[in-house]
Design a protein around this ligand. Structure first.
Ligand SMILES: [Zn+2]
Length: 91
């Protein structure tokens, strides 16, 4: 989600009470001139993937998230495509 300042926040899926996650680290996995699926991404200038290590102070969840622009980039998300209980929650 974003706020009025346009900052992007990650919310803890385990707490599920709008607890904001800390971003502990970030890395650029991929960053190059756009070459992926240019037929459908004619306005994309770069292909990139950014990975972040996230942490919940409340429940101690530790996980990674990735943001990229060379995968799913349009249409509507379907509930059956969302991961409800990633394996990290089984411990
Ligand atoms: Zn949490």
């Amino acid at each position: 989600m974003t706020d009025a300042s346009e900052h992007f926040f990650f919310l803890c899926p385990r707490c599920a009470d709008n607890t904001v996650l800390q971003i502990l680290d970030v890395g650029v996995v991929r960053d190059a001139p756009a070459t992926y699926d240019l037929e459908h991404r004619a306005k994309a200038r770069r292909d990139f993937k950014i990975a972040m290590k996230i942490h919940c102070l409340k429940c101690k969840l530790m996980d990674f998230v990735e943001i990229s622009n060379d995968a799913w980039q349009g249409g509507k998300i379907a509930n059956d495509l969302l991961v409800e209980e990633p394996s990290i929650y089984s411990n």
